[in-house]
Design a protein around this ligand. Structure first.
Ligand code: SF4
Ligand code: SF4
Length: 457
């Protein structure tokens, strides 16, 4: 049989990759690897970072001219640096779906907004009321309505406040009822707590275990006096020694993440505090890990005139970039639970909020646990705009700069609360992708045989 190009067989000749629909991803960011010929390319949609040789980089640059069966195509596609579909359209569909999609219902419950600390950067106004029995009944009834309307069986609770451990009795009695509700339906119940750790005695740790709490976030702002300077008792008084002693001497069945709110006054202690926490974990046998987080500014803290030297917002520090690189995730169309109808924040009076930072602000509540019905979410909302404005910050974002932005898959237009009340807050290193890519690249070294793939956070 002839191989003449004019035979009918030529019509089966493979196409170029471009003709077959392949194109370079719009969400690649790259950096030259220092002291090497390699280039690190991170794909923000797929959530993958890998090294590429000069030849591979060349092949990527002429992708659309390559034969569609070229062996490099499969490798590029697997890492997401090339694709055959419109990634931005995919993000927009993911964003729409995220508003109503249910993977269980999420309740952030504040049994009290009171707090025994008075941290200068806190975004909340504190008032000491506790959740009444009537409001607790409303919370359980709301959870039941949410399970009915979502078709889901699972409940995840985050205990928040104020300081939730000022109301351990409420945590315990509500947990018992919510666990029972979940079990009756054959679902899974899970819980976590955000606490300052001051009241975390063995008795409380045992209670939390009974309440199926599997994770706790505790903030430590530095070693000794550095911590005490910002995380002191209301009315004054140190807290570092007591928190550390709780973590050292009590047995915790749950994982503890120590969050270090990094600001100008304590950034020099990042490494020392990390070492201290690692040692604490080893000595205590508790599962304790450390993570630094630049503190973000807040309106409330501004009003109180108590902002510390904040790093967030304009922060391009190594801490911020390292933190972001650690949370590298696959692209998504929504930012957080504020974009999802099945995620609800509840303050001690039963007011419903879309965001943790809003739990102390009844003026931006959209309804109350007493009568909000997710089966009819707008008609039963006391202020439907306070619900829809958060849901509508998911993709597609009505902001041309975000739509065109290369960071869209991981930034998704930024924190909805900030966008709504303070304006767009871009990723701090938006104009400096190199540092971020190199931070991701450094993680490739953690396992030499693997690319750095997304870590879901
Ligand atoms: S809107 Fe912002 S502050 Fe509120 S929960 Fe989402 S990420 Fe957090
Ligand atoms: S907020 Fe800024 S960094 Fe984020 S997607 Fe929009 S333009 Fe990009």
């Amino acid at each position: 049989m002839s191989n003449d190009v004019s035979t009918p067989n030529t019509q089966e000749k493979s196409r170029t990759a471009g003709e077959a629909g392949w194109h370079v991803s719009r969400y690649n960011v790259s950096a030259k690897v220092p002291d090497s010929k390699m280039v690190a390319i991170a794909n923000l949609f797929k959530g993958n970072c890998a090294e590429y040789t000069p030849i591979e980089c060349y092949l990527l640059s002429v992708l659309e001219e390559l034969d569609e069966n070229h062996p490099i195509i499969e490798r590029f596609a697997k890492r997401g640096v090339i694709c055959k579909f419109d990634e931005r359209a995919a993000l927009e569909s993911m964003g729409r779906a995220a508003c109503a999609g249910s993977h269980g219902i999420g309740l952030t419950i504040c049994p009290t907004m009171g707090c025994n600390f008075d941290c200068p950067y806190c975004f909340e106004d504190h008032y000491p009321r506790k959740m009444t029995q009537e409001v607790q009944d409303d919370v359980v009834a709301l959870a039941e309505r949410m399970l009915d309307a979502s078709g889901s069986k699972d409940i995840n609770v985050s205990w928040f406040g104020g300081e939730p451990l000022l109301a351990p009795d409420i945590i315990e009695s509500l947990s018992v009822r919510l666990i029972e509700l979940t079990e009756k339906r054959g679902g899974n119940y899970s819980a976590g707590i955000i606490t300052n750790g001051y009241l975390l005695t063995q008795e409380i740790a045992d209670m939390l275990e009974r309440c199926k709490v599997t994770s706790a976030q505790i903030t430590i702002d530095g070693l000794g006096a550095t911590h005490d300077a910002t995380r002191h008792l209301a009315g004054g008084g140190p807290t570092f020694e007591r928190i550390v002693s709780n973590l050292r001497n009590n047995k915790m069945s749950f994982r503890v993440s120590v969050r270090h709110n990094v600001h100008e006054g304590n950034r020099q202690e990042v490494d020392a505090l990390q070492k201290f926490i690692e040692q604490l974990a080893e000595e205590s046998g508790n599962n304790i890990t450390y993570y630094p987080a630049p503190v973000s500014g807040s309106e409330t803290a501004d009003e109180r005139g108590k902002q510390v030297g904040l790093l967030c917002g304009s922060d391009e520090s190594d801490i911020s970039i390292r933190q972001e690189a650690y949370r590298f995730h696959t692209g998504r169309g929504s930012y957080c639970g504020a974009n999802n109808i099945w995620s609800v924040g509840i303050d001690e009076r039963g007011n419903l909020q879309k965001c943790w930072e809003a739990v102390d602000k009844p003026q931006i509540s959209y309804g109350n646990a007493h009568d909000w019905d997710p089966a009819n979410p707008l008609a039963t909302a006391s202020n439907p705009d306070n619900l829809t404005m958060y849901l509508n910050t998911a993709c597609p974002i009505p902001d041309d700069e975000c739509r065109e932005c290369i960071w869209l898959p991981i930034c998704v237009g930024g924190c909805p609360q900030k966008r709504l009340f303070e304006g767009r807050k871009c990723i701090a290193f938006k104009d400096n992708a190199e540092k971020y890519v190199l931070a991701l690249h450094a993680r490739i070294g953690e396992d030499k045989d693997k690319d750095t793939d997304a870590v879901e956070d």
